[in-house]
Design a protein around this ligand. Structure first.
Ligand code: CIR
Length: 255
């Protein structure tokens, strides 16, 4: 949760065609841009360098850069998204990471992994199988990160939940914010787990970035609980990204 860099990408006008499990309305580009600006400014306020990539009209979901790569201290891995319309986003991210990393590897397939299914904690890498991340993808990622001496544990994303991190986030090396439904699977045994408030499950897609916890706005009881636990909460409007099943983690690569 301590980072010196982040990579983000501006939302494109094509965001109106972004993937969604359920249609709850068309995202408004101007509003999304405004929230995105607040998000980037908050990352920068911590002193981190933010590499802001331009919008990509050809890829409606390309604002959700997290899904394209896993960035670790020892190297980065380009993902292989399970959503066919998102596959091409990886090649668009590759040059940026190639310039920053000596060690850049890639999930070659046949499996798939999306970054939203990966939670890096202080002691291990948890990868949740989901509709986007399959067993072959997890196996290939396991081989890559073991070369760098990281330990990876396969876990499961609850049915109907897009990504593993839709339902959890890391608050510090050993503390996880999770929905009750995900924690009930037992995947966080041994960690200190704080639960999102009842009815505020969407607050689980937050991020700890240096001194701040960036939370989607509109979940007051979870925000208050985090504040009482001593975290510095910054609430960021997520109304538009939420229409596309996105949250705080999806909007950046952090390393
Ligand atoms: C998708 O369905 O792929 C996008 N509409 C949302 C991706 C959200 N990404 C993430 O949670 N890491």
């Amino acid at each position: 949760y301590e980072f010196t860099r982040a990579v983000t990408r501006r939302p494109a006008a094509s965001i109106v065609n972004g993937l969604r499990a359920e249609d709850i309305g068309t995202p408004d580009l101007a509003r999304m841009e405004e929230a995105h600006t607040h998000y980037v400014a908050t990352l920068k306020e911590t002193g981190a360098e933010v590499i802001e990539l331009p919008a990509l009209e050809a890829f409606p979901d390309s604002v959700f850069v997290e899904d394209t790569a896993l960035c670790l201290p020892k190297g980065a891995v380009l993902m292989r998204p399970g959503a066919p319309s998102r596959m091409g986003e990886v090649a668009e991210m590759a040059p940026t990471l190639r310039a920053l990393y000596d060690e850049l590897r890639q999930i070659e397939g046949p499996g798939h992994v999306e970054g939203g299914d990966i939670l890096v904690t202080g002691r291990e890498i948890l990868v949740g199988r989901s509709d986007r991340t399959d067993a072959e993808g997890v196996a290939e990622l396991t081989r890559i990160v073991s070369d760098w001496s990281y330990s990876l544990r396969e876990v499961f994303t609850p049915p109907g939940v897009l990504h593993f991190k839709t339902d959890c986030s890391l608050l510090d090396g050993d503390t996880i914010l999770s929905t009750k439904r995900l924690d009930a699977s037992g995947c966080f045994e041994g960690y200190r787990v704080l639960h999102t408030a009842e009815g505020e499950e969407a607050a689980a897609n937050s991020i700890r970035f240096n001194q701040f916890v960036l939370c989607p706005a509109g979940f007051p009881r979870t925000a208050e609980m985090l504040t009482n636990e001593g975290y510095k909460v910054v609430e960021i409007s997520n109304s538009e990204c939420a229409k596309l099943d996105g949250g705080m983690s999806c909007l950046s690569l952090r390393f």
